[in-house]
Design a protein around this ligand. Sequence first.
Ligand code: PLP
Length: 317
Amino acid sequence: MADQSKYIWFNGEVVPWERAQIHVMSHVLHYGSGVFEGIKCYKTSEGPAIFRLPEHINRLFQSAIKYGMEIPYNQDELFEACKNIVEVNEFENCYIRPIAFYGYDTLGVYPKDCPVEVAIASFFWGAYLGDDGVANGVNITISPWKRLSLESFPASAKASGQYLNSLLAVQDARKRGYDEALLLNQQGNVAEGSGQNLFIVKNNTLYTNDESASILLGITRDTIIQVAQDIGYEVCIQDISTDDLFNADEAFFAGSASEVTPIATIDDNPVGAGEPGPVSLELRESYLDIIHGRNERYNHWLSFVHSKEILESAGTE
Ligand SMILES: Cc1ncc(COP(=O)(O)O)c(C=O)c1O
């Protein structure tokens, strides 16, 4: 069970965790008609800071637009609500889960007059693929389930119902003893993990795909592209075939929850030396420094939860 916290922001109010409830006849429960985000907040020397919050809030609104859903708040309001829910729950490190969804009105698939409800939870969530996976690399499998087609879904929307595709893939992978699934797209090229984007490294060049490969355009993916280029690596955005994958020197997952997680094996074949490679580790270290506010160059990606006045009065500055 997710670690509970004290409060959830629910339709404009901060309510106790157990009171954030919806009716079983809510549209979202039957048809997965919700859009959501997964955001991380990290402890820094200036208090908790939410990583790339405006980009996440913006993607939430873009996902809603793709489904014709009108969120009854503006981006600034949800931006402040995210900071607020971290503050009232007194977190330093946490995961933040905003979700906008169709509530209770009709059971017709066409949501017609269903209200759009919004909740924002914050709670503690440790390493998504386990501490061991982060340290030694994860063992993954290519899923028999293909990533949903661009012709059937707006693949770059982060929508609740679309995650049934991810659920099938990760459930199958776990049943077969692997840590995570890697989904191919309808063309047979690499798409992404069940909840992470993929990078490979070959001869010190990074490769990753884009939305044409039927992926969610990850904010961590964007971060890694920028940071790798700033370090001096060439980053090629192109389709990745299974041959590219099996011939890679290194491979790693990137996602808000997974952060940068090296891949040790794919279907029991070692990637490179079968352990986290130097480029993956360098990027992982850089990422950790940035999210914890240890690299000033990227502090514009941090939204500090507490105002300067609060920090001063608490004597933490
Ligand atoms: C399917 C999928 N792909 C990629 C990602 C990575 O996206 P981000 O880096 O924005 O968290 C996620 C995580 O939310 C995901 O669920």
